[in-house]
Write a protein that binds this ligand. Structure first.
Ligand SMILES: [Zn+2]
Length: 231
C-alpha cells in the first residue's frame, strides 16, 4: 500500500512524507522547512505584504512565504528528481486551498504563468556525461528559474543558437524540449543578447538570468537548462 502523502501549505506540493504540523521536513518543491522560519526570515528579497507578521506557522505566514517563493521564480528545492516535466504551478498552488482568482492574481503580479525552466552553471563539465539523467541534474543556490512562456519570446533567434543536447558531444541548434540543453561558453554572448532584447518584461528573473550568463561567460563555463516544456 502506498504511504499517505501530505500537502505543502506554502506551495501545494502534494508529496510531503510527514504532516507539516508535526515535522521538520523540507519541502522538495519550495524548500520551506517546517518548524523553522530562518530561511525566509533571512531572505534577500522581501515582499511588502502590508503587515508585520509573526513567525507562527499559519495561513497568514504561509501566504507570505508563498509570495517570496513565487517572487524568486518558484524554484524547485530538490536536485534529484524528474519533477520539472509537466509541472503546472497553477494546479499545484490550488492544492493549498487558495482560490483560482487569488492564484491568478499572485502570478499576474509577477507577470508569469506556467511551468518553470531552471538554469544552472556547470562547474566541472564532463564531456561524456548525459546531463538529462535525473541523477545528473545540477541545481544550485545560484540557479535561476525562468517561466517557459517567457522563453517563447526568444524565438526564432534561439532556434539558431549553437547548443548541445543532453551531453556536450551532441552538438545541435536551439533548445531541447524533451531533454536538457547545454550552452557552450562560445554561445553565451549571443544568448545574452537574445535574453536581453527578446524578453519583454524587465523582471527580477530576467536580471538574475542575465547575471548568471555573464558569470558563466567570465568563468568560461557551460550553462545548462532543464525543463523547457510547452514552448
Ligand atoms: Zn512547498
Amino acid at each position: 500500500m502506498e504511504k499517505k502523502k501530505y500537502i505543502c501549505p506554502v506551495c501545494g506540493y502534494d508529496k510531503l512524507k510527514q504532516s507539516p504540523d508535526e515535522s521538520y521536513e523540507i519541502c522538495s518543491c519550495c524548500g520551506y522547512e517546517f518548524g523553522s522560519c530562518e530561511y525566509y526570515c533571512n531572505s534577500k528579497y522581501p515582499v511588502d505584504i502590508g503587515y508585520e507578521f509573526d513567525y507562527k506557522e499559519d495561513e497568514k505566514f504561509y501566504s507570505y512565504v508563498r509570495k517570496l517563493w513565487i517572487q524568486q521564480g518558484c524554484k524547485w528545492n530538490c536536485s534529484n528528481q524528474m519533477q520539472f516535466k509537466d509541472w503546472n504551478i497553477k494546479k499545484q498552488l490550488s492544492n493549498t486551498g487558495i482560490e483560482d482568482q487569488e492564484i491568478a492574481g499572485l502570478l499576474e503580479d509577477y507577470l508569469y504563468d506556467g511551468p518553470v525552466a531552471t538554469f544552472s552553471i556547470i562547474d566541472n563539465i564532463d564531456m561524456e556525461k548525459n546531463y538529462s539523467d535525473a541523477n545528473n541534474f545540477i541545481i544550485q543556490k545560484s540557479s535561476v528559474g525562468f517561466f517557459c512562456n517567457m522563453i517563447d519570446f526568444w524565438y526564432p533567434e534561439i532556434a539558431n543558437l549553437s547548443t548541445c543536447f543532453n551531453k556536450v558531444s551532441r552538438k545541435e541548434k536551439g533548445l531541447n524540449k524533451s531533454g536538457v540543453t547545454i550552452f557552450p561558453p562560445q554561445s553565451l554572448k549571443e544568448f545574452y543578447k537574445i535574453v536581453d532584447i527578446k524578453t519583454p518584461q524587465d523582471t527580477p528573473q530576467k536580471e538574475k538570468l542575465l547575471k548568471l550568463i555573464i558569470q558563466a561567460q567570465e568563468a568560461n563555463k557551460y550553462l545548462i537548462i532543464y525543463g523547457v516544456y510547452g514552448v
